[in-house]
Write a protein that binds this ligand. Structure first.
Ligand code: FAD
Length: 490
C-alpha cells in the first residue's frame, strides 16, 4: 500500500507555486489526497462576505476539476465549527493512515493556535510521520525582517528598506503545477462520505444567497484567469501605476486583491511577472513598477504585524492612548454611511461601489474610512467589520491595517490631526465627477463644478439627494478635541 500524503487546502486555492502542494507531490512513492474543510460558522465569525464565499466556492469547483485531471482526489468536507473541523481532520488522518500532512500557514491568531494544536498530533497519531507547513502567502516569512534590536518595525519605510535587503532569489522561486499522477487508488472511508459536499452544490448555495450585482462583478474565477489578469496588468499598466493609481474612475489598479487573498495567485508570481516585464524594477524606485511592488510590500508589512502583535487580530489599537477616545457611535449616521446616503457625493459613490460590487478603490477606502472615523466619530472597528462583511477581498491583516491607518490608531498611521476633507479629495481625485455620476445617478446631470458639493453650489430645485448629514468643519473640530482629550488621559 502506498503512503498517503494529505494536502490541506485553506487560503491557497491554486496548483501553480503552491509550496505545500509541491512538497506533498514530490515523493513519487506517496499518493497525494487533498481536502478543504468548509465551515460556515467560522466564516460567520470572521464576517466573510457572501461575495467572498461565492468566489471561494467557484474556485473550489475549478480546483476540483484541475485536481481530478491530475489524478489527485479532492474532497470538500463539511464541518460545523472551528473545533469540529480539527476533530474531523484528526480522524481523517487516523482513518486513512495519513503518513504526512501538508499545509500553508495562515497568520491570524486563531489560525496560528489551531495549527499549533495540529503540530502536537505528531506525538499522538502513530501513522503520522511528519507535518510540513510553509510560509507560502508571503514573500518573506514574518519575524524575518527585524530591527537591530530584533523587533518588528512599526514604521513602513524602514521595514521596506530592510525587507528589500532580506529578500533573495530564493524567496522569489516559483514552482510549477504538479505533473499528472498515476491513477489513484485512494478509497474514502465510508464515515466521511456524508460529510463530502459537492462543489457544484456549494456554488449554487452561495450564488443563491449573494446579490446579483455582486455576482456579476466578481473577478473571473480560475487560476488561469488570475494569471492572465496579472500578465495584462504588468504588461499594460504597471509602468504608469504611480500616475494613475489614485483615480478611481480610471480603474487602472491591478484588481488582483481577491486572487491574492484567496490564494489563486502567490505574491512570488506577482513579483516574478513584474520582473519579467520590468527587469530593473528593484533599481528604479521612482518607476511605476516599483510603486506597485511597494504595495505588495505593504501587504507583507501588515501580515508581519499581525504575527508580531497578535492583539491586532482582536481589533485592539496599536497606539494605547487611542483606547480612550470617546466615540459618538450614532447608529443613524452609521446607517447613512453604510447605505451611501451621507450627502457627501464621493463618500456615497464609494460606499455604493462597495455594496454593489464587493470591491472599493484604495483611495476611496481611505476617504470613507477617514469620513466614518473623523467626520462621524464612529469607532473604526464598526467600519472594519462592515468592510469585511462586504469585501470579496476582505483580509484581516490588510483591512485592520487600513482602518488603523485611517483612524490614526495603528503602525505608521496618518497622524490624528490630519483629517481628509471629503470635498477636496473628491475635487482632486474625481475632478470631472465621472466616478460619482456612475454610482450616484441622482447627481448624474450636475456639472463638474457642482457635483462635489451640490447644496453649497446651487443644487437644482427638488434634487433627490440627501443634504450633508454632518458639517465637515464642525466635526473636524469635535474630532480633534476627542483625540486630544484621549491623548491627555495618556
Ligand atoms: P493594487 O493597487 O493593484 O495593489 C496590488 C496588491 O497589493 C493588492 O491586490 C493588495 O494585495 C496589495 N495592496 C495594495 N495596497 C495595499 C495596502 N494599503 N495594504 C495592504 N495590501 C495592499 N486590501 C485587501 O487585500 N483586503 C482588505 O480587506 C483591505 N481593506 C482595506 C481597508 C482600508 C480602510 C484601506 C485603506 C485599505 C484596504 N486594503 C485592503 C488595501 C487596498 O485598498 C486593496 O488591497 C486594493 O485596493 C486592492 O485593489 P488592487 O488589487 O487593484 O490593488
Amino acid at each position: 500500500m502506498k503512503k498517503i500524503h494529505l494536502m490541506w487546502f485553506r487560503q491557497d486555492l491554486r496548483l501553480i507555486d503552491n509550496q505545500a502542494l509541491t512538497a506533498a507531490v514530490e515523493d513519487k512513492d506517496a499518493q497525494t489526497v487533498a481536502i478543504y474543510i468548509h465551515t460556515e460558522a467560522q466564516w460567520d465569525k470572521h464576517e466573510t462576505s457572501m461575495g467572498a464565499r461565492a468566489f471561494v466556492a467557484r474556485q473550489l469547483q475549478s480546483l476540483d476539476a484541475e485536481l481530478r485531471e491530475l489524478n489527485i482526489p479532492f474532497y470538500v468536507l463539511e464541518s460545523t465549527d472551528f473545533k469540529a473541523s480539527l476533530k474531523l481532520l484528526n480522524s481523517f488522518v487516523q482513518m486513512h493512515h495519513v503518513h504526512a500532512l501538508f499545509f500553508n500557514k495562515q497568520y491570524e491568531v486563531n489560525e496560528l493556535a489551531r495549527d499549533k494544536e495540529v503540530h502536537q498530533w505528531i506525538n499522538e497519531i502513530d501513522c503520522l510521520a511528519y507535518i510540513a507547513d510553509f510560509d507560502d502567502s508571503v514573500l518573506v516569512p514574518p519575524m524575518k525582517v527585524l530591527t537591530q534590536q530584533g523587533e518588528m518595525y512599526k514604521v513602513f519605510t524602514p521595514f521596506r528598506n530592510a525587507f528589500l535587503k532580506v529578500l533573495t532569489e530564493q524567496h522569489l522561486r516559483v514552482s510549477k503545477a504538479p505533473d499528472k499522477k498515476a491513477e489513484n487508488v485512494f478509497v474514502l472511508d465510508g464515515q466521511f462520505e456524508s460529510l463530502v459536499i459537492s462543489c457544484k452544490d456549494l456554488v449554487q448555495y452561495y450564488e443563491k444567497n449573494t446579490c446579483q450585482s455582486i455576482l456579476e462583478n466578481l473577478p473571473k474565477v480560475s487560476e488561469t484567469e488570475a494569471i492572465n489578469s496579472l500578465r495584462v496588468f504588468c504588461t499594460e499598466h504597471a509602468a504608469k501605476y504611480d500616475e494613475v493609481r489614485n483615480f478611481p474612475y480610471q480603474d487602472k489598479t491591478s484588481r488582483l486583491s481577491a486572487y491574492l487573498v484567496h490564494g489563486l495567485l502567490s505574491p512570488r508570481q506577482c513579483v516574478r511577472r513584474l520582473m519579467m516585464v520590468h527587469p530593473n524594477v528593484f533599481n528604479e524606485p521612482k518607476s511605476g513598477a516599483f510603486c506597485w511592488l511597494n504595495e505588495l510590500i505593504w501587504r507583507e508589512f501588515y501580515k508581519h504585524l499581525i504575527v508580531a502583535f497578535p492583539f491586532l487580530c482582536k481589533h485592539q489599537p496599536m497606539i494605547e492612548w487611542t483606547k480612550n477616545i470617546e466615540w459618538r457611535n450614532d447608529m443613524s449616521l452609521f446607517d447613512a454611511w453604510k447605505e451611501g446616503k451621507t450627502g457627501y457625493p464621493i463618500v456615497d459613490a464609494a460606499m455604493r461601489q462597495l455594496n454593489q460590487t464587493g470591491w472599493m478603490h484604495n483611495r476611496l477606502r481611505m476617504v470613507v474610512a477617514s469620513f466614518l472615523v473623523k467626520d462621524l466619530l464612529i469607532d473604526w472597528r464598526l467600519g472594519e467589520s462592515y468592510f469585511m462583511s462586504k469585501l470579496v477581498d476582505g483580509d484581516l491583516a490588510a483591512n485592520n491595517g487600513g482602518w488603523q491607518w485611517a483612524a490614526s490608531t495603528g503602525c505608521d498611521a496618518a497622524p490624528y490631526f490630519r483629517i481628509f476633507n471629503p470635498t477636496s479629495q473628491s475635487e482632486k481625485f474625481d475632478e470631472e465627477g465621472h466616478f460619482i455620476r456612475k454610482y450616484v445617478p441622482e447627481l448624474a446631470k450636475l456639472s463638474s463644478s457642482t457635483i462635489h458639493e451640490p447644496f453649497a453650489k446651487n443644487a437644482p430645485f427638488g434634487l433627490n439627494y440627501p443634504k450633508p448629514i454632518v458639517e465637515h468643519k464642525r466635526m473636524r473640530e469635535q474630532t480633534l478635541a476627542a483625540y486630544e482629550k484621549a491623548k491627555s488621559f495618556g
